[in-house]
Write a protein that binds this ligand. Structure first.
Ligand code: NAD
Length: 479
């Protein structure tokens, strides 16, 4: 079994301890990685702090060129990275609506190139007889990046490229469930970067905690669950680190009365079930006007029954397994709760046979807010569909949740949808789409879904601090 080393100061570092990484489609290990401890994590932070001295002094153009080169090595190594993603996450190579390992690797390269072209020019806020005010953007120092298991390469790219572009150096720690693609990507990136600029270590809470509390870490960018986000905020508070926290979501989708279901339904299905519902901004609660409720439930269940679930390496597979046994247990417990609370399981509702963590795509009717499946994030292939009677009611139901990541309104009448969009308490609202992030559009959560934004210029600015330079002319010499 191949072992993947840590990457510190441009070197491949093997450790005494290795941990096996399970392919969720088989339940068996397919590779291993070197295991970091807090001592190794300290070395990585030290290497990044040392590299910051020269990296931060490069010109914007030089760092743009390096970031383009990272995009290029991801592109060049696409087949290998796709295989690794497929095996460690379980997501198919192609996937439902083309959302799979190919999209993750291609999207990462595209994102790297797009972000590399962003610029942070000096802003002139005032320039007149009384003085000149300039706003400069300065790098912060060492950025700690901590990532989850659902989109390991894409989320790593979202963290790393803007951090480096702004002049910071990085230590990244992927999820212990999916460390391999990140270690390999960082190794590839180190073939073009100066040593120490981008380092990758492994581990879980203890190593994560060191990164988020270490005095030499200036910022933490974290994507993961809300409970871990809270721990990170507490740990980072002693040294007042800057934070970007992209946390859990439980996004509502609202289907307005009279919507053409023939065209909306297939799109909605993809937004709920792609990557097995294991996407932060997947559509996780679907609210449908009572006049179309039955038709929507019937259509979604019929589609769910036809989806090809299996090993993602097999051509034609649309959905793979749930990524890990703990997440599968959450899915099972929420479906069990739904049954006890009077929910009607229209399809699925059980594990599929075999050794992997497969769960049948599941649609549940007859629940509303207050039941666990509606209130909590399943992060799996399970969708509750809820009936509503009025627009006032549906806005209230959609906003009645601690999470506030994304939301969507589905309608033929775009003006009617737009009128509702601003009433949703979440960071992004899509109309006739859901969860489609793009590199020019800031993305982040409100309420318990996080702090700050990623992507575009707003995301890049979060990797910097402001320095205002205020220039006043001296009073003329008295004659
Ligand atoms: P998780 O919070 O369990 O783990 C995420 C990362 O945090 C892992 O690398 C883990 O090792 C690390 N970690 C654990 N304890 C830590 C600690 N005390 N200090 C520092 N790091 C620690 O999340 P997960 O199960 O990997 O991911 C699923 C969750 O992520 C879901 O809730 C999902 O909605 C959310 N998510 C959010 C976004 C977003 O952009 N908002 C994107 C993807 C996933």
């Amino acid at each position: 079994m191949q072992n993947y080393p840590l990457i510190i100061n441009g070197q491949r570092i093997d450790s005494h301890q290795h941990s096996e990484v399970i392919n969720p489609a088989t339940g068996l290990p397919f590779a291993s990685c070197s295991q970091a401890d807090v001592h190794v994590a300290q070395q990585a932070i030290g290497a990044a702090a040392q590299a910051f001295n020269s990296w931060s002094k490069l010109s914007q153009g030089q760092r743009q060129e390096y970031c383009h080169q990272i995009g290029a090595v991801i592109e060049t190594n696409m087949p290998e990275l796709m295989q690794l993603i497929c095996q460690e996450t379980g997501k198919p190579m192609g996937g439902l609506n083309g959302v799979g390992a190919g999209m993750e690797v291609g999207g990462s390269a595209f994102w790297a190139h797009f972000t590399a072209d962003l610029e942070l020019p000096v802003e002139i806020l005032q320039d007149d007889d009384s003085g000149r005010v300039e706003l400069h953007r300065k790098p912060l120092g060492v950025v700690a990046s901590i990532t989850p298991w659902n989109w390991p390469l894409l989320i790593a790219t979202w963290h790393v490229i803007p951090a480096l572009l702004a002049g910071n150096t990085v230590v990244i720690k992927p999820s212990p469930y999916t460390p391999i693609t990140t270690l390999r990507m960082v190794e590839l990136a180190n073939s073009v970067l100066p040593p120490g600029v981008l380092n990758a270590i492994t581990g879980d809470g203890d190593v994560g905690n060191l990164l988020t509390s270490h005095p030499q870490t200036a910022k933490v960018i974290f994507t993961g669950s809300t409970p871990t986000g809270r721990k990170i905020m507490a740990s980072a508070s002693a040294s007042l680190k800057r934070l970007t926290l992209e946390l859990g979501g439980n996004d509502a989708g609202l289907v307005l009365p009279g919507t053409n279901l023939d065209s909306a339904m297939p799109a909605i299905f993809g937004c709920c079930f792609h990557n097995n519902g294991q996407t932060c901004a997947a559509l996780k609660r679907l609210y449908v006007h009572r006049s179309q409720y039955q038709a929507m439930c019937d259509g979604m269940a019929a589609k769910a029954r036809t989806v090809k679930v299996g090993n993602g390496l097999k051509e034609g597979t649309e959905l793979g397994p749930v990524q890990n046994a703990a997440q599968l247990a959450i899915v099972e417990s929420l479906v069990a709760a739904a049954k006890e609370e009077g929910g009607k399981v229209l399809c699925g509702g059980e594990r599929l046979p075999g050794d992997g963590y497969f769960y049948a795509p599941t649609v549940v009717a007859g629940l509303s807010n207050g039941s666990r499946l509606v209130d909590e994030e399943p992060f799996g292939p399970v969708l509750p569909i809820v009936a509503y009677d009025s627009l006032e009611e549906v806005i209230e139901l959609a906003n009645d949740n601690d999470a506030g990541l994304g939301g969507s309104v589905w309608a033929d009448d775009l003006d009617a949808a737009h009128a509702l969009a601003g009433k949703l308490a979440c960071g992004t609202v899509w109309i006739n789409d859901h969860g489609a992030v793009q590199p020019n559009m800031p993305f982040g959560g409100v309420k318990q879904s996080g702090l700050g934004v990623e992507f575009g210029l707003e995301g890049l600015k979060e990797m910097t601090s402001c320095q205002s330079i205020c220039i006043k002319p001296l009073a003329p010499k008295p004659s």
